[in-house]
Design a protein around this ligand. Sequence first.
Ligand code: ADP
Ligand code: MG
Length: 259
Amino acid sequence: MSTPLLEIRELTKRFQTDNKQVQALHNISLNVEKGAFITVIGPSGCGKSTLLRIIAGLDAAYEGSVRLEGEAIAGPGIEKGFIFQEPRLFPWLTVEKNIAADLSLRNPGVRQRVDELIQLVKLDGFAKAYPRELSGGMAQRVAIARALLRKPKVLLLDEPFGALDAFTRAHMQEVLLDIWRQNGTTMIFVTHDIDEAVFLGSHIVILKPRPGEIGARMDVSLPYPRKKSSPAFQDLRYKVLSQFERVEELSWGEAGSGI
Ligand SMILES: Nc1ncnc2c1ncn2[C@@H]1O[C@H](COP(=O)(O)OP(=O)(O)O)[C@@H](O)[C@H]1O
Ligand SMILES: [Mg+2]
């Protein structure tokens, strides 16, 4: 078998605060194959952002190993794109300049790629617009285009649609799937929304809290495009939900407090 794109082995993460230690992640092992769309689902505080930050190379203080194409992750870099809940655009730059960022639009290769990405994220006609003229969903699409311009090996998305209303969110999920199918970028998408995880994921990883541990993983055979109202979708949603409820019961029992 070939080496997976991303290989996480026995990853444990502890935070040391003034007088106590918090264990955020416990013994996480996970392989991510090239081209997969992994959704990671779990309640708030279960370590989802911590996991993504470690994969991104933003936090190097952990036990275990995390390898991208067989190489230990040495720090942040463009091969690991990161999308936050808020788009983090430069307000004084137009859409196309936000996407290009430190690259010059005078370079014909960059120009062409930026134009293609504007189409890919469905922002035709908005190249010269400023962030204040965009809706939340459009701004997040600019952030995605900016990350894709760097041709990342993996795109890490930390609850990227969490701040959007339900309709915009549903639209963004479809746009992201289109991008994935056209571009083939490997995705690791963190959410606490079960519908979102089931709608998007080719594989679903369920994290249970305190400490964050893999509770279950599922390979999803449901073909795309998925219909949220279809019986097959509802079946799968129910399966994930029941795993999740088991996980919550477990964590309530162990920690004696809510989420
Ligand atoms: N910088 C930090 N210092 C101390 N504890 C932290 C820090 N970052 C996260 N934690 C703790 O680690 C756990 C996981 O947090 P986080 O990864 O943000 O969860 P999630 O993204 O799933 O909501 C939580 O208990 C949180 O309080
Ligand atoms: Mg988080």
